[in-house]
Design a protein around this ligand. Structure first.
Ligand code: HEM
Length: 403
């Protein structure tokens, strides 16, 4: 038990930390220990919600989709009581049996063989960006690599109309902010939501997607009668919401991790076979998606704490991924460890649909960097963009010291 936690009459520790406040979102790791030590389940009275920050309870809650449902929203808003800001996702914000049907469709669209086919083109893009960056020396790791690379390959993979990059970025930041409270962080991005949402709606229509991308693959399921035309549009929207900001920050956080841990870069250069492990360890160490909610579908007791039906439960994925009960030297970025079991991509039936895509993107970037860059050095303080869900970088001044 820590200073910020007080045991209430019902036996659940109450934690007095604003987990959607600026300071917490800028550096969640500074307070995660307090959350984990408060207890396996705690109460955040300022939001009237329960929280879990230890790996065991977070992963068990994600696994138990019958008790901890997603259809009432995976944010603070309870779709059972309040209007969602947009029609709910048919994947993320759905429970079985609907989820089983939609996920089945999407698992076929986002598949390993289509990803394999994309590797040569993706690698070329990554090489070109990295060569250009190395020639410049000091760059912004976000603008010049972490954002530039997904922006080059993502719209083409889905088959989107050209010119929508800014809309996609704005839309994603509103969507991830909307999982939190209606605080100033949400309001700042919500102002720009209108045109971005209009562009996204337009881009998800069958007529506006090219015939070879994943978007067309989703509409093929509608042609087979496996979903309606309007469901297909909303499933394409899921890719657009979840597929860009996540990888941008994932790659950015990975570059940041190496800039802070030069020994790990040396190790990777000595043992390139470790490359396939890097991105998962980077997500464990610094989780792009820091939190998601569930809603209790019934009264349930977890680790001795009674959680009433209808309660919102906030799962701290980022804290679970550094839980010393699960990981040795949990605070250390160590590419030699197996990060298997981390919840950075979630766990259970909603585990990330795009994880293979995200891993492949990171791999392409690392493939490009490894033979060309001897050291990744910090060249100034990174800039943070506060987001209610994502641990996001606005800028990352780094120097690539050439091989
Ligand atoms: C580093 C990159 C990424 C991270 C950290 C990430 C993280 C996550 C997490 C934590 C979840 C689970 C949410 C929950 O349980 O409520 C999730 C689900 C999802 N992700 Fe990702 N994601 C990434 C990349 C992508 C990409 C590239 C795509 C699409 C191409 C994508 C599409 C989705 C979708 C559609 C879901 C919902 C799946 C379902 O409910 O069945 N993600 N992601």
């Amino acid at each position: 038990m820590t200073e910020s936690a007080v045991v209430s009459r019902s036996g659940v520790p109450n934690v007095d930390i604003d987990v959607f406040g600026d300071a917490f979102l800028a550096d969640p790791y500074a307070r995660h220990k307090e959350l984990r030590e408060a207890g396996p389940v705690f109460y955040l009275s300022s939001y009237g919600i329960y929280g879990m920050a230890r790996h065991a309870e977070v992963s068990e809650t994600l696994r138990d989709w019958q008790t901890f449902i997603s259809s009432r929203g995976v944010g603070l808003t309870d779709f059972g009581k309040e209007e969602p800001w947009r029609p709910p996702s048919l994947l993320l914000e759905a429970d079985p049996p609907l989820h089983q049907r939609t996920r089945g469709i999407m698992n076929e669209v986002v598949n390993l063989s289509s990803l394999r086919a994309l590797r040569p083109v993706w690698q070329e893009h990554a090489n070109e960006l990295v060569e250009h960056a190395v020639a410049r020396g000091t760059i912004d790791g976000v603008d010049d690599i972490a954002q530039a690379f997904p922006l080059r390959i993502f719209p083409a993979t889905i088959g989107l109309p050209a010119g929508g990059e800014d809309h996609l970025l704005r839309y994603a930041s509103v969507a991830f902010n909307a999982f939190g409270p209606r605080n100033h962080i949400f309001e700042n991005t919500a102002n720009a939501a209108g045109p971005a949402a209009e562009w996204v709606a337009m881009a998800c229509e069958r007529a506006n997607l090219n015939s070879s991308g994943w978007g067309a693959g989703v509409y093929a399921a509608a042609d087979e009668g496996r979903c309606t035309e309007s469901e297909a549009g909303r499933l394409v929207r899921s890719l657009l919401t979840a597929g860009l900001d996540t990888t941008i920050n994932g790659i950015g956080n990975m570059l940041y991790a190496f800039s802070q841990n030069p020994g790990q870069w040396d190790k990777l250069r000595e043992e390139p076979r470790l490359l396939k492990r890097v991105f998962d360890e980077s997500l464990r160490w610094d989780s792009t998606a820091q939190t998601f909610f569930r809603t209790a579908s019934r009264d349930v007791r977890v680790a001795g704490v009674d959680i009433p039906e209808g309660s919102k439960v906030l799962l701290f994925l980022g804290a679970a991924n550094r839980d010393p009960r699960k990981w040795s030297d949990a605070e250390t970025f160590d590419i030699t460890r197996s990060a298997s079991g981390h919840v950075g991509f979630g766990f259970g039936i909603h585990q990330c649909l795009g994880q293979m895509m995200a891993r492949q993107e990171a791999e392409m970037v690392l493939n490009a960097l490894l033979p060309r860059v001897r050291r990744i050095e910090p060249a100034g303080d990174p800039g943070r963009v506060l987001n209610n869900t994502l641990h996001a970088l606005g800028s990352l001044p780094i120097t690539f010291v050439p091989d």
